[in-house]
Design a protein. Structure first.
Ligand SMILES: *[C@@H]1O[C@H](CO)[C@@H](O)[C@H](O)[C@H]1NC(C)=O
Ligand SMILES: *[C@@H]1O[C@H](CO)[C@@H](O)[C@H](O)[C@H]1NC(C)=O
Ligand SMILES: *[C@@H]1O[C@H](CO)[C@@H](O)[C@H](O)[C@H]1NC(C)=O
Ligand SMILES: *[C@@H]1O[C@H](CO)[C@@H](O)[C@H](O)[C@H]1NC(C)=O
Length: 520
């Protein structure tokens, strides 16, 4: 009995000393993004931490240990839905994804400002709550780094983007050459054959990032901070005060590239082992003798908003297939659908992809969806629409587990769509490649969510893990690129050349005079 009380006290003591107070700042109201944020924060609570989350939604799922406190950004979800209804993402051109990205960044800016001014956030800030660590997502939302400054604690940057995230590298001083590291937003993957034009295009993306950062991001962030706080630090002073970057990507799904010592990949952390399917879906899956095609454009893009022409193309193609099609369609009815097509407003992606009858995933190419399909080794047809989706789709093609037919492709036709689907179903190489990628995806020392928890605790234990930070974050640009040395070298060379000229002139000049004298 005494021992019980003693062990209870011990457990309580250990628990209270090991649990940290963690603040998550995630104002973006995208539903698929919030699944990621919520999973990460719940993972930290499950590990025994007291987690506070500033976001557009409240956590409705149970936590096993620790706690989650929501600081709800009331009105953000509604505003986001309004923006989605006004923006026609489906019309985004494929040729210039970069300009569309800049446009969305501008669109998002008021979100960061409203977060700083939101009454619930102001209430949190004026309480004397303390935090041991702040996590936020990088979406050029750098003014939110102020929270780590206010609580005087380490800052962790999470990013949900795929590829090698060129947006976060400079915050941890990881300088990469644009000749071989493709920018996250650029189409096509670099390879040995990448030609002059492609490399120039890639370089342009990096330069535009630089210009955006210095001439738009920094002044705008400073203006927002000045409007919300008295005496805020300059954004340039907190921009790269980053202890850890958690990349939502994984090396199985991108070309190899160097990571800084304080960058960790946790791609797939949001994927839990498959659960039992609802009864109706289980029956559809089990009874599909010729297999199932799962069609979902994610939570942001709605296939009900497809043009009538595109809807008809999909319906006509599906009617010609012998497979069962499960279509995430956001309306009650879909006129003209054939008997092998089932529509649902929502479908559980991971649990469906786990079923042995699943043959093909037709997706918008969102990074989360791509990871879910690779988790289970299912080939994809990517109908990419906007932002990094095109690039993700190119990775799937490059790695041989998918085909791409972007929504606004000029060649989008019934014939083309049908041929691509048949190729993916009939040619076994796509499934083999997806399975091979899946093996790499699962071959890691730790589960990705455990990796995230480990490194966050590591940063807290080691007071910001200053020892992992690259010196490159602290050097001015001319030292960083050895400009001072180059300049000194070329000046020396020039001085040497001048000296040599003078010397030669002296020696040969005299000789010439002598010669002239002799000739005379
Ligand atoms: C709960 O969290 C504490 C750390 O705060 C940890 O020691 C304990 O093992 C956790 N319990 C469970 C069941 O995970
Ligand atoms: C930089 O981060 C450290 C914690 O890692 C913090 O103590 C320091 O105050 C931060 N600096 C600024 C200017 O916010
Ligand atoms: C931020 O929001 C506040 C309050 O809504 C507003 O007064 C201010 O002008 C905004 N600042 C910027 C830079 O948009
Ligand atoms: C469209 O199809 C033609 C012929 O099949 C092909 O040459 C062309 O590259 C395709 N265009 C696109 C944008 O895929």
């Amino acid at each position: 009995m005494r021992l019980d009380i003693l062990s209870f006290i011990l457990v309580f003591f250990v628990q209270c000393c090991h649990s940290a107070r963690i603040l998550g700042v995630f104002p973006l109201a995208g539903k698929s993004l919030n699944i990621l944020y919520n999973r990460l924060m719940r993972g930290l609570a499950d590990a025994g931490h007291d987690v506070t989350v500033i976001s557009a939604y409240t956590n409705k799922l149970p936590v096993k240990n620790g706690s989650i406190t929501d600081v709800l950004l009331t009105g953000f979800a509604e505003e986001y839905d309004l923006m989605l209804s006004q923006e026609s993402f489906l019309d985004s051109p494929e040729d210039y994804p970069f300009y569309t990205v800049l446009y969305y960044l501008e669109l998002l800016e008021p979100t960061w400002n409203s977060t700083l001014h939101h009454p619930n956030v102001q209430k949190l800030l004026s309480s004397n709550q303390k935090f041991d660590l702040v996590i936020t997502e990088h979406f050029w939302s750098d003014c939110l780094k102020i929270f780590a400054h206010i609580y005087n604690c380490p800052l962790v940057i999470f990013t949900s983007m795929g590829g090698i995230n060129s947006w976060v590298n400079d915050q941890v001083g990881n300088l990469l050459l644009p000749s071989y590291v493709t920018h996250t937003m650029k189409l096509r993957v670099s390879s040995e054959e990448t030609n002059f034009r492609e490399r120039a295009h890639n370089l342009l993306f990096y330069i535009t990032d630089y210009v955006y950062k210095h001439y738009f991001l920094f002044p705008n962030s400073n203006a927002m901070l000045k409007g919300a706080f008295s005496n805020p630090p300059d954004i340039a002073d907190i921009y790269d005060n980053v202890s850890l970057v958690l990349l939502g990507s994984h090396s199985s799904l991108r070309p190899a590239a160097p990571l800084s010592p304080n960058t960790v990949e946790i791609g797939g952390f949001h994927i839990d082992p498959p659960k039992k399917l609802p009864k109706d879906l289980q029956e559809i899956m089990d009874n599909a003798k010729n297999g199932v095609i799962y069609f979902s454009m994610g939570s942001q893009l709605r296939s009900k908003d497809f043009s009538e022409e595109k809807k008809k193309i999909f319906l006509d193609v599906f009617a010609r297939l012998e497979q069962t099609v499960l279509w995430k369609f956001e309306d009650e009815t879909l006129p003209g659908k054939s008997s092998n097509v089932y529509i649902r407003k929502w479908l559980p992606p991971v649990d469906l992809l786990a079923h042995p009858n699943m043959k093909l995933f037709i997706t918008h190419g969102g990074y989360g969806s791509l990871q879910e399909t690779i988790y289970h080794g299912v080939p994809v047809l990517a109908i990419s629409v906007v932002a990094d989706q095109h690039n993700n789709a190119f990775q799937a093609v490059q790695l041989g587990f998918g085909l791409k037919l972007s929504y606004n492709d000029k060649n989008f036709s019934e014939k083309n769509l049908f041929n691509k689907i048949i190729e993916l179903l009939d040619n076994p190489k796509y499934r083999e490649n997806a399975q091979a990628r899946s093996r790499i995806f699962h071959d890691r020392p730790m589960k990705p969510l455990d990796t995230a928890v480990y490194w966050i605790e590591y940063v807290i234990r080691n007071k910001g893990a200053e020892h992992l930070r690259l010196l490159s974050t602290k050097l001015p640009w001319y030292k960083l690129y050895c400009m001072d040395i180059f300049v000194a070298f070329f000046i020396s060379l020039w001085v040497l050349y001048k000296l040599l000229c003078v010397l030669l002139l002296k020696v040969f000049g005299k000789n010439q005079e002598k010669l002239k004298v002799k000739e005379n």
